[in-house]
Design a binder for this molecule. Structure first.
Ligand code: SAH
Length: 354
């Protein structure tokens, strides 16, 4: 259990950990269940709002505990209702977290971060321009959800690990976080998506876990030569090995894999590229998400025209009917895919996109 000065931090504690805390201060065990509900499923921003707890107990909690010490340092709301939060952990490190809502769906999706910065160096991604600092702990990962819920008073229904960092390079804490999401927040495993640039050994590890999670793969090119131009990880885990691990995942878990493909003008957006992609993915159970490139400061890539995007989509549909062009959310507040920069120290402009 974590202590803040002399106070206990409750964020991230499971029911049995809360029971230990509660009985440790001489309170009846059932109080833990009440507190647990207020933390994860109601959610209350302060102890005084936890109305089914006695006044005396609330006073005691105020003296010895805090819900979280992580703070919102900036909050931006986009025209489409997307909210981007800049959060600061007690050690001064910051991450971005995005909340997306959809007009016709009741879903509230949190796009969360797993690392402060990232080591992957993908050419098209804003996070790659930051210095990597450290992995987040499971508690810090779920605090992102807790804080969104506390701020909006609404419950998150879906989670995508598509914020800053590479979740499969912070494997244990990421998995631990999914367990807390599932057990404590009661978010269905099938509503949690882990997106990876392709850390092959950990895709196998995740397969062996056999959870009902969605695995998304950032593919972005149909072959080795093209992919390695924009994703350095391709040199370590080549695309053929990545796809083989996806086949294994899909077979073992019976789950469809989500393929993500950023469309970059005059780079990977030809009909031939689409044809190659169809061949590469033949026999795999997948959904495919086309993500028209979102502009990133200092990067000279461009987004293809809507006609070009449509042609690419039509070619993909020859092999597989369900192709989605990812809705752009929060682009006016730089909260769209790949735009999370966390206001951290930036790497000087020696970095080139092409
Ligand atoms: N590291 C993980 C998750 C973070 S990125 C991964 O690589 O999957 C989440 C998604 O946004 C990935 O598919 C990533 O490739 C994509 N992305 C990054 N920069 C982008 C940009 N400028 N435009 C569109 N999508 C981008």
């Amino acid at each position: 259990m974590e202590n803040s000065g002399s106070k206990t931090v409750l964020a991230g504690l499971t029911l049995s950990e809360l029971e230990d805390f509660i009985t440790g201060i001489g309170q009846p065990k059932f109080r833990a269940g009440q507190l647990h509900q207020w933390l994860y499923q109601k959610p209350a921003v302060e102890f005084d709002l936890m109305t089914n707890l006695s006044k005396e107990f609330r006073k005691k909690l105020n003296e010895i505990a805090v819900i979280t010490e992580t703070k919102i340092v900036q909050k931006l709301t986009g025209q489409d209702g997307t909210i981007k939060y800049l959060l600061e952990y007690p050690d001064g490190n910051r991450v971005e977290t995005v909340l997306m809502s959809y007009e016709k769906r009741p879903n509230l999706t949190a796009c969360i971060s797993t690392q402060i910065g990232c080591t992957m160096g993908c050419a098209f991604c804003a996070t790659a321009r930051q210095k990597f600092v450290r992995n987040l702990t499971a508690k810090e990962i779920i605090e992102q959800l807790l804080i969104i819920q506390m701020d909006t008073g609404k419950l998150i229904t879906n989670v995508v690990f598509m914020g800053q960092g590479e979740p499969l390079l912070n494997y244990d804490e990421t998995i631990k976080a999914t367990q807390i999401m599932n057990k404590d927040f009661e978010i269905g495993m099938r509503r949690i998506t882990i997106s990876t640039c392709g850390i092959v050994p950990n895709i196998y590890k995740l397969t062996e876990l056999n959870r009902q999670l969605i695995l998304a793969i950032s593919l972005h090119a149909p072959d080795h030569e093209l992919r390695k131009k924009i994703m350095p990880i391709e040199n370590k885990y080549p695309i053929e090995e990545v796809v083989e691990s996806l086949r294994f995942f899909a077979q073992k878990t019976g789950r469809r894999v989500t393929v993500e493909y950023i469309l970059i003008k005059d780079f990977n957006d030809n009909i031939e590229h689409a044809g190659k992609l169809n061949k590469l993915l033949k026999g795999l159970k997948y959904n495919i998400n086309i993500i028209p490139y979102n502009p990133v400061d200092g990067c000279n890539f461009e987004r293809p025209s809507p006609e070009k995007i449509n042609k690419f989509r039509e070619e993909l549909e020859k092999a597989y009917k369900k192709v989605t062009v990812r809705l752009e959310k929060g682009s006016d507040i730089a909260a769209a895919c790949g735009q999370l920069a966390g206001k951290l120290q930036e790497i000087p402009a020696t970095f080139s996109c092409k």
